[in-house]
Design a protein around this ligand. Sequence first.
Ligand code: GLC
Length: 410
Amino acid sequence: MAIPLPSVRTAAFEKLGYGMFIHWSLYSQLGRGEWVRFIEKIPAAEYIKLKDSFTADEFDANAIAKLAKKAGMKYACLTVRHHDGFSLYDTRGLNDFDAVHSPAARDIAAEFANACRNEGIVPFFYHATYDWHQEKFETDFPAYIDYLCNSIEILCKYYGKVGGFWFDGNWSKPQNNWQESRLYGIIRKYQPGAIIINNTGLHARGAVGHDEIDCITFEQGRPEPMNRNGMKKYLAVEMCQSINSHWGISKNDFNYLSPKEIIENLCACRKVGANYLLNIGPTASGKIPDYEASVLCRVGQWVQMYADVIYNGKPYMIAENGIDFAIEANGKIYLFIHNLGVGGHINVTTVIQKTYPKTFERINRKVNKVSWLDNSQELDFVQDKNGSLTFNAAGYPYGTNLVVRVAQVS
Ligand code: GLC
């Protein structure tokens, strides 16, 4: 069966590799996650008052774009409207439940898109389809779809070139007629280069949807290798993940990912050719919290070290060894090696091990050299006639622990 080829926009999207997700809206003022209105059953009249204290004082789109760049991310996706129905963009008369009609009196989406493009970061818009604010969502669904389509048309027309639209919420009413062809048609008309994503949610990870969708989603779950045999269209894959247990800021959530976990998750995504969209939740006034900023920068140093392989690498799934795996980039094979110990001294190092034999089956070319990418150290190896490659992966020298270390096979 034939394997479809990626379209130009999908191939470009796959090379973005790693992106920043940003959940920010009125709920950020409460600091109990982005579902707080729904879960705590906050009456609409009370919730919408949060608009009157939405100042965006510390929202600095340039700083966010610069952070994304430093983090080694190539795209960023802002929730320009989440389920609470508040728009971070000027809805141009659709209603006044938006940032320009709040004390902030700014078009946050425009600031975001411009700042991203200035830094070479591709801007994406997350847009909820599931809406708690619009009464017609419950009472007159076709009218709600008109409203949604008009909203998207505004975002397509007045915000410059957008990398993609990330929809979320069709899972809330799976039986309804969402008129997806109409919605996506607007994007194809005004933004033909934009990727279309529609999150299939926690309970249908990896599901394939409407024909116009370019990428499948693995919300909070590691993507599996994709079998594209016989598929109508080449679909990209993306895994989105919150940095702790909530997408919107939560004052009492301490369950943060570490640099180690972020590196491992990024690697697990790239192993199967998936993008990794990692979320942060700015504060009430729009500032990126300190931990998020520093953990992203720290991981960014790792990403810069392996940038070429991370962005341009494609799965080389025939060679695998447990958690360790191979990627092919620019005609070369790279081996991603996990859990190496640090060398040193018995009185200071907990796991001393000088070498770890690692075997990868079915390397389909003759190997002349195996070396670490970070310090060019050459490693002893043997390759048998079936292609099986065994090499001695040295432990880290004292002073180093890269979490995942990459060897180049030439
Ligand atoms: C969801 C949630 C949501 C979050 C999203 C991110 O489906 O409803 O709050 O924005 O996942 O993937």
